[in-house]
Design a protein around this ligand. Structure first.
Ligand SMILES: NC(=O)N[C@@H](CC(=O)O)C(=O)O
Ligand SMILES: [Zn+2]
Length: 429
């Protein structure tokens, strides 16, 4: 199988390449990157006017399988990822059962092999059943194929237990993904604490719940030497703590989600549960700090926190509705619109946060377009303006606050290991 991609603007942050090039793919691999390649091929993509970038990598996705297949499955989640330009996604362990055993890791790997259209890397939980009491067997889970550990959805409140987990993660050379939220400070909150929450009569979630745990986890990571990755940072204080740790040279990375730089609590309404997620939408001040963090490199990764929920679950009273929104099919467009079109980030720096930076965090040989590498490639139309329509999503769920948003920049092709999965903006199969 020979695939030729012609005339695209290749943007590869790992090598700082930004030029019009042709790319030749033979079977799974990139075999040539040249100014001009003229050869016969089984398929030729004319990428004139498009950006050709490494396949996007999302380190924070909830695939819901096993246990919550009515929200999403490995198959539908992977198709949603492909539609969003992602070729590799990491799935969080808050499934039923939780990803705390070799059997469940194997189950996900098996399903991935048979049904997923992109690479899926499982993340193991930190404690058994995510109950916060007993550590998983980190070494065994790593041997079976997890790429990191996380209690996502929750925080391990027992600091001594978390420290032990960090020591084991360090020994196994995998990162710890931290969902930072002090349970004792939360108390039923459902949106950002402040005037808007008071006006709506919704219980507030303070910034301190996030900041306290970010501070604690940075300290524990320093003491254990583990690679700490802070999930979905949403507060100005969280950005500042991360910046300070990085300035001290500590082994910390942070991600932000598109909704946390594109939206504020202003859009929250009692009957609009697609504005409810955890951490919640914050204020303009937080958004500005997050954007500053993206610009100065404090925040190296953009991740979706794709959290599908069934419409029946979301159609409940605000406090009852589950936290979370889908994100795989909007992330690139939202980022292009909010960060690149506004010139806050260069194309190179934006793409870096969705490709080589997450690859480095995971320690995987992906996220770059170079001869000899696996051909995971995304092609986008950076100028195409369209309106987001949840009815077009490949995801099983459509809980997005971005329905109807006008954006600029759209995924046209997603290529996984040399195979075209998305063609002209549509799933091929
Ligand atoms: N982000 C969310 O609002 N929800 C996530 C859990 C999480 O990432 O914390 C979920 O699993 O639904
Ligand atoms: Zn989380």
């Amino acid at each position: 199988m020979k695939l030729l991609i012609k005339n695209g603007r290749v943007i590869d942050p790992a090598t700082k390449l930004d030029a019009i090039k042709d790319i030749l793919v033979l079977n799974e691999k990139i075999v040539e990157v040249q100014d001009e390649i003229n050869q016969e091929a089984d398929e030729i993509i004319d990428a004139k006017g498009y950006w050709v970038v490494p396949g996007l990598i999302d380190v924070h996705v909830h695939l819901r399988e096993p246990g919550f297949e009515h929200k999403e499955t490995i198959e539908t989640g992977s198709k949603s990822a492909a539609m969003g330009g992602f070729t590799t996604i990491c799935c969080m362990p808050n499934t039923q059962p939780v990803v705390d055993s070799v059997e469940i890791v194997q189950y996900i790997k098996e399903k991935t092999k048979r049904q997923a259209v992109v690479n899926v890397l499982p993340i193991g939980s930190i404690t058994k059943g995510q109950m916060g009491k007993e550590l998983v067997d980190v070494e065994k889970l790593v041997e079976s194929g997890i790429c990191g550990i996380s209690e996502d959805g929750k925080t391990v409140m027992d600091s001594a237990l978390l420290k032990k987990a960090m020591e084991q993660a360090k020994a196994a050379n995998i990162p710890v993904f931290s969902h930072c939220e002090d349970h004792t400070l939360v108390q039923g909150g459902a949106m950002n604490a402040g005037k808007k929450a008071e006006a709506l009569g919704i219980k507030g979630l303070g910034r301190d719940a996030e900041e306290v745990i970010i501070a604690r986890d940075i300290i524990l990571a320093r003491n254990t030497g583990v690679k700490l990755h802070l999930c979905h940072v949403s507060t100005k204080g969280g950005v500042e703590l991360t910046r300070e740790a990085k300035q001290r040279g500590e082994n910390v990375t942070a991600e932000v989600c598109p909704h946390h730089f594109a939206l504020t609590e202003d859009i929250v309404e009692k009957d609009f549960t697609n504005s409810k997620m955890n951490p919640p939408l914050r204020t303009g001040e937080d958004v500005d700090a997050i954007k500053q963090g993206l610009v100065d490199g404090t925040i190296e990764v953009i991740a979706t926190d794709h959290a599908p929920h069934h419409a029946d679950e979301k159609n409940q009273e605000f406090h009852q509705a589950p936290f979370g929104i889908v994100g795989l099919e909007t992330a690139l467009s939202i980022g292009m619109t909010e960060l690149v079109a506004t010139k806050l980030l260069t194309p190179m720096s934006f793409i870096e946060k969705m490709t080589i930076n997450p690859a480095k965090l995971l320690g995987i040989d992906k996220g770059t377009i170079q001869v000899g590498k696996i051909a995971d490639i995304t092609i986008l139309d950076s100028n195409l303006e369209y309106e987001i329509d949840v009815n077009t999503f490949a995801s099983k769920s459509n809980n997005s606050p971005f329905h109807g948003s006008k954006v600029k920049g759209k995924v046209m092709f997603t290529i996984v290991a040399g195979e075209i999965i998305v063609e002209n903006g549509e799933l091929k199969h």
